[in-house]
Design a protein. Structure first.
Lengths: 104, 149
């Protein structure tokens, strides 16, 4: 199932908003998934791939940061909104490929 | 006594910061004087939290609207896969939970029920295949709405 570009750019914005709630702290990957994955079509391989692609995209744009840690032998991934990402959410700056419906 | 006061403060914060009520509306709903709510709100920065929540909810709503628009072609043909995807989002983030301000949950639920009725009627007339695919999922959503009464 293809996704149109408007939905793509809106979902990327949604990821930024989900992380902004915790700014400047990070959010565990699982917690972020709970907030955003339903908008990618729920828990499926295709949804997971699309979500992972958007996380990579936002990280390459330096709007989010990824950190890894180990706890009791388990790998924990967390994501944090950067200052540049906060600028996008609050409407200070605009980035092609990301649509913010209503800047905070 | 302290537990009750904390619960009142938490509820007031939820109404103002999450549901988007005004301080006057929250005062009426909780029985706490508006001046007290404003003091609490200033101390805990409810306004900033409301801004963050409303921004997120507006974005979520925009994604849902776009998913629905994308699901129906210009000729009026529905893509069952895309409709199913929209229904999954609606189950996870029902519109009645977070409409644009106000707490009239019953009215919002009635609105959603009316929308679903219209959706089913549309598919019954234009696209029986799509209707057959989504009908089982709409039934489940209707049950969820019923459970929240």
């Amino acid at each position: 199932m293809t996704t149109d570009t408007t939905t793509l750019s809106l979902r990327r914005g949604l990821v930024l908003f989900a992380l902004e709630a915790n700014y400047p702290l990070a959010l565990l990957g699982r917690a972020l998934e709970e907030r955003v994955l339903p908008f990618y079509g729920g828990a499926s391989a295709a949804s997971g791939q699309a979500f992972a692609r958007d996380l990579e995209y936002l990280a390459e744009k330096r709007l989010i940061d990824r950190t890894e840690a180990e706890l009791d032998g388990r790998r924990l991934v967390s994501w944090r909104l950067t200052a540049s990402g906060l600028d996008v959410v609050t409407g200070v700056s605009q980035v092609p490929g990301i649509t913010i419906e209503r800047a905070r | 006594m302290r537990a009750h006061a904390t619960a009142q403060r938490d509820e007031a914060r939820r109404l103002v910061a999450q549901e988007g009520l005004t301080y006057a509306q929250a005062a009426a709903a909780t029985g706490v004087p508006e001046s007290t709510l404003r003091k609490w709100g200033a101390a805990d920065n409810w306004t900033a939290e409301r801004g963050r929540t409303q921004g997120y909810l507006a974005q979520a709503d925009a994604v849902k609207q776009r998913l629905m628009e994308d699901a129906i072609s210009e000729e009026g043909k529905a893509d069952p896969q895309k409709i199913f995807a929209w229904l999954q989002v609606e189950k996870a983030f029902p519109t009645y939970r977070y409409g644009q301000g106000g707490v009239d949950v019953k009215a919002k639920r009635a609105l959603l029920a009316g929308f679903l009725d219209g959706l089913v009627a549309y598919f019954a007339e234009h696209d029986r295949d799509a209707l057959a695919l989504i009908e089982p999922h709409i039934g489940g959503l209707a049950k969820v709405l019923g459970a929240d009464v």
